[in-house]
Design a protein around this ligand. Sequence first.
Ligand code: EPS
Length: 390
Amino acid sequence: MLRFETAGESHGECLVATLTGLPAGIPVSLPAINRELWRRQQGYGRGGRMKIETDTVEIVSGVRHSQTIGSPIALIIRNRDWKNWTEALPVEDVAGSEDKKKPVKRPRPGHADLAGAIKYNFHDARYILERASARETTARVAVGALAKAFLAQFGVGVLSHVVAVGNVRLERAASWEELVALSERDEVMLGCVDPETEARMKEAVDLAYRTGDTIGGVFEVVAHGVPPGLGSHITWDTRLDGRLAQAIVSIQAVKGVEIGCAQEQASSYGSKVQDTIHYDKQERRFYRGANKAGGLEGGMTNGQDVVVRGFLKPISTLRRPLESVDLDTREPSLAAYERSDVCVVPAAGVIGEAMVAIVLAQAFLEKFGGDSLVETKRNYEGYLRQVSDF
Ligand code: EPS
């Protein structure tokens, strides 16, 4: 079983993660992980915090001589901002430090602040937001980079692009080659493959910024080169579409998920939305008339690209705050504001890639197993022979 866990607070010393269950012998490159961390930090509309942080990973276990050794991988990403928070968030309480705390008494509508404060019995939402913050996704992206390194050994790639910011939408499909080119850019605007649409997306972010607002959107994650047969139809919890949906909606501010062309399908007819089945006798292989199913049928991959979209609400920390209530006085009060991002859709796409890569790597290892890359490859190649002989 491939499993991971993250820990760390937004303004604590560092973020940490462990990943257990990757086979031994997978090449690991620190620059490749750091590149993913860099990609997550980019995008037009990010706030002041990203000017403070330069996320880089330290691996302290499970990788030696640039390859996995089968033991749990432990990694750390330090928060540069921690130096500004050492007195506000010390591990050990220091007598007389009460006035150094930065309590959050006016919960932000839409954030975890109030529900978390009630649940954990804190009359200060600070401890809640420290963990609820999307800063946590830094650790997920580092883990996702390791999952990507594993999948790359089998010719599987996972990338994303932004298909909407506010009401500005990309009105055409993007090719895999376009996503590769997008991921290689050294300047990231809004992560859209079409420059004219991206320019209009930028205008939408500018408008939100000028009015003290925030803006959401939609990202699309595509997994390319995926074999048929990951996941299963046999039980609800082995259905890969359900597992991907959970992974995507677990990303902070994501409130909806779409697999393939689900929205379009819901308002169409059965005769219009299925991917017709064809057979190429020369090449002795099945192929499809389209990919509206997003590469998943019956909870299994069908060999086409896996296509998953995440719908991001505008983030809840507003420069022009909404009505709230003071936790101490219970009087009406505007919600807390320190600093915030205006738009995080491109970053969320990179996080979506990480989550999809992790779920696919899990499903891959469930099917093919193996303690070493050599063993997993042997099992995989045996399956591919079976598929081509089918
Ligand atoms: C976040 C608030 C902001 C964001 C943060 C998520 O941080 P701060 O409160 O330090 O300004 O920048 O995102 C990140 C730090 C990140 O790395 O993505 C929140 O409240 O969720």
